[in-house]
Design a protein around this ligand. Structure first.
Ligand code: HEC
Ligand code: HEC
Length: 426
């Protein structure tokens, strides 16, 4: 594979080691993490970079036990239950819609999700909840020969949560999403649900009070989200890996462009390994953070306020890893591109509604910035003081205005054709 470390110039999400070493809190966990990775990594495959081993694991997180089928199907019933929202009608699946690869925005065309209450909008575009069993806890990683530290993992666009069990209450109780009320209101509803008995059978104290019900529901939904059903690996790409299908000429060309650091350079962050038949090595992300600087989404009502910005990683409330420092502002977690063609909106702010536009943006962000930032303010959705941290070093952004774009129109089409092979069979 032609991707190299050179390619991983992640401008913004790195701290100089000199600074990092003064932050004991950073180096200790990252060294532990490296030790853990060495103990658990697979034998090196030809052609894959060590960093891919470090960043993407092929096994579920430590401590994850294979959940029972009863627990998984209970979690699935909760995930699809529209009675849990206020007013009723919005389930987890309204936003994480199977028809959109478990992403989607509940019918909103603005780029961010519509909540259960009329006119209420979530803050961000809904990510897919497929393949979550491969997301590791948030951590910093330092490669021996690299001058800087990289951030990886955690759930949400800003990695602010490590536990799927604890995560459930955020969308459930968030007034902009399901508006489920207090934990006590949730337990009252769940007592009336047709899965009340199975829930009590699995978790004896589940219906005692609000805290217990949220915990039990979280456990059940986490079991569902990390079940094999939610990591299907049934796309054409996977079939090609297994030797059961072949790419069309366009798709094969798209894959080559995707990997080529002189062209798309996409695989530098959206990691894959197409030389071995194990699809778990092709998650199309390393869960790393980067400042891609998609254009400001003018359709979002809150963007009418010119002082409003979603700063991503540096807004993470837990500052244990010093993620509140400026370098992390404007960085968001790299999404997996599996099932990307099914999404109605792209990027954390949902600014693109066509996959082709997202790819064209990468190809020409550096060479024709006016096309993406018509006001002339480059990186207009990142506060001015943090624009210097936007990644301008990695392919495909490492070009200058007026130069040839990283991909021409036909090449963009080929990359899109390749991305369409990442859609799982239904
Ligand atoms: C109103 C739309 C909406 C509903 C309903 C909703 N979500 Fe989400 N979900 C989102 C958005 C938006 C994000 C990204 C939030 C962020 O990054 O700050 C998200 C993120 C997630 C993530 C993190 C995924 C990742 O890749 O890190 C998980 C897991 C998740 N939601 C599970 C659920 C569960 C379980 C429910 C039901 C209890 C639910 N969601 C209901 C919109 C929704
Ligand atoms: C340096 C790392 C990096 C490289 C290189 C990179 N990406 Fe990304 N990609 C990201 C990050 C980070 C995001 C999320 C950015 C955001 O929302 O602010 C993203 C988002 C996307 C999305 C939106 C997905 C969604 O669910 O919203 C698409 C599509 C995408 N990338 C395709 C590509 C393609 C095609 C290439 C090559 C032409 C590429 N990327 C190169 C890091 C990268």
């Amino acid at each position: 594979m032609s991707t190299s470390k050179r390619l991983r110039g992640r401008g913004r999400v790195r701290l100089p080691i000199a600074v990092a070493s003064t932050m004991g809190a950073i180096l200790v966990p990252s060294i532990l993490m490296v030790a853990w990775e060495l103990g658990h990594s697979h034998p090196r495959d030809p052609g894959i970079e060590p960093v891919a081993h470090a960043a993407v694991r092929a096994e579920p997180p430590p401590g994850a036990v294979e959940a029972s089928n009863a627990r998984i199907s209970l979690g699935k019933r909760i995930f699809f239950d529209p009675a849990l929202s206020e007013p009723p009608g919005t389930s987890c699946a309204s936003c994480h819609d199977p028809a959109h690869g478990f992403a989607g925005n509940n019918g909103s065309t603005l780029g961010v999700a519509r909540g259960s209450r009329p006119g209420e909008l979530a803050l961000r575009n809904t990510p897919s909840v497929l393949y979550l069993r491969f997301v590791r806890p948030f951590h910093l990683h330092w490669e021996e020969d690299a001058p800087l530290v990289d951030a990886f993992g955690g759930f949400f666009w800003d990695g602010r949560t490590d536990s799927l069990v604890d995560l459930l209450k955020q969308p459930l109780l968030n007034p902009n999403e399901m508006n489920g009320g207090t934990p006590e209101q949730v337990v009252a509803k769940v007592r009336k649900a047709d899965y009340a008995e199975p829930l009590r059978a699995q978790f004896s104290t589940a219906l005692d009070d609000g805290e217990n019900v949220l915990r039990a529901m979280g456990e059940a939904v986490a079991a569902y989200l990390t079940s094999p059903e939610m990591s299907p690996f049934s796309s054409k790409y996977d079939e090609v890996l297994r030797g059961h299908a072949t790419f069309s000429a366009d798709e094969a060309r798209g894959l080559a462009l995707f990997k080529d650091s002189a062209k798309g350079g996409c695989a530098g962050c959206h990691k894959l390994n197409d030389t071995i038949p194990n699809p778990e090595r092709s998650l199309f992300t390393d869960y790393g953070y980067d400042g891609v600087a998609p254009p400001r989404n003018q359709k979002l009502p809150r963007n009418a306020d010119p002082t409003y910005f979603d700063k991503g990683l540096c807004q993470r409330p837990d500052t244990h890893f010093h993620t509140d420092s400026d370098e992390f502002c404007g960085a968001f977690r790299t999404p997996s591109l599996r099932n990307v063609a099914l999404r109605p909106a792209f990027m954390h702010n949902g600014v693109f509604s066509k996959l082709r536009d997202a790819v064209a943006f990468y190809a020409t962000r550096a060479t024709t910035p006016k096309r993406w930032y018509p006001s002339g303010v480059v990186f207009d959705d990142v506060p001015e003081k943090y624009r210097e941290y936007v990644n301008v070093d990695s392919a495909p952004y490492n070009r200058h205005p007026g130069e040839a774009p990283a991909l021409d129109d036909r090449e963009i089409d080929a990359v899109v054709a390749f991305l369409e092979t990442l859609t799982d069979a239904r």
